[in-house]
Design a binder for this molecule. Structure first.
Ligand code: SAM
Length: 215
């Protein structure tokens, strides 16, 4: 199987990747991350999860791509008000209807808690849920991630799960030069107004902060 068979939009991305080979890893990383989290979602849905909560959803398309496969699965997307408005406009422009089982809500993780938003959107704490934090933890403060994880801990039904990714703490300092392409990657996200501000060590993720037990 070639890369172009397995990854959408490879042709359009190839020109950019060829010009700056350090983008290559990022391109495949994001594709692999999306495919992996799709598989986590499928497994959750087939194992009894009834709700998917997408934190910092951005242009996440799962509610639109997968609702036919899981017609009773409820999707909750939350993101900054400006991002939510842009997404709704893009969906209108593309003539994509928001499925009945999807709700888009606004939140600023830095100033609001999920308690302020999700129950009002229809989230049911008694239902088994999957939480997705994809490409977000590195752009928000450590305290904000903690607040969201605390919500999952307190308000997710037994058997619920969370999938997330993170950048290594070293990426926030000169230590990033040890990782191929990371200097230009960190510069690129900063230039676009979203610098990496939070990183963890793998041990921190598995041992404490990220290992919040779900009841
Ligand atoms: C790199 S994008 C990832 C989007 C999506 N999860 C994905 O993987 O395609 C980061 C997202 O986090 C959102 N975000 C950043 N800071 C936030 C905040 N303080 N509150 C809510 N969302 C935030 C951004 O608006 C953006 O949609």
């Amino acid at each position: 199987m070639s890369a172009s068979d397995d990854f959408r939009d490879y042709a359009s991305a190839k020109e950019k990747i060829d010009a700056a080979p350090e983008f290559y890893a990022g391109y495949f990383y994001v594709n692999a991350r999306t495919k992996y989290i799709d598989s986590v979602l499928r497994h959750a849905a087939e194992s009894g999860s009834e709700q998917v909560v997408i934190l910092g959803a951005g242009f996440d398309s799962r509610a639109y791509r997968l609702h036919d496969n899981y017609p009773t699965l409820r999707f909750f997307e939350v993101d900054l008000p400006a991002m939510t408005a842009v997404k709704k406009q893009r969906l209108r422009d593309a003539r994509i209807q928001i499925p009945g089982q999807a709700t888009l809500s606004s939140i600023d993780f830095e100033t609001q808690a999920l308690e302020d938003v999700l129950p009002a959107a229809g989230y049911n704490a008694a239902k088994k849920s999957l939480f997705i934090l994809e490409g977000v933890s590195m752009y928000i403060s450590e305290a904000s991630s903690g607040t969201s994880l605390e919500f999952v801990h307190r308000h997710a039904a037994s058997g619920s799960s969370i999938v997330y990714d993170y950048v290594l703490r070293e990426i926030l300092s000169e230590g990033r030069s040890r990782y191929y392409g990371m200097e230009s990657n960190a510069e690129t996200v900063a230039v676009h107004g979203e610098p990496y501000i939070t990183g963890w060590t793998p041990a921190e993720c598995t041992m404490s902060r990220m290992a919040v037990p779900v009841r």
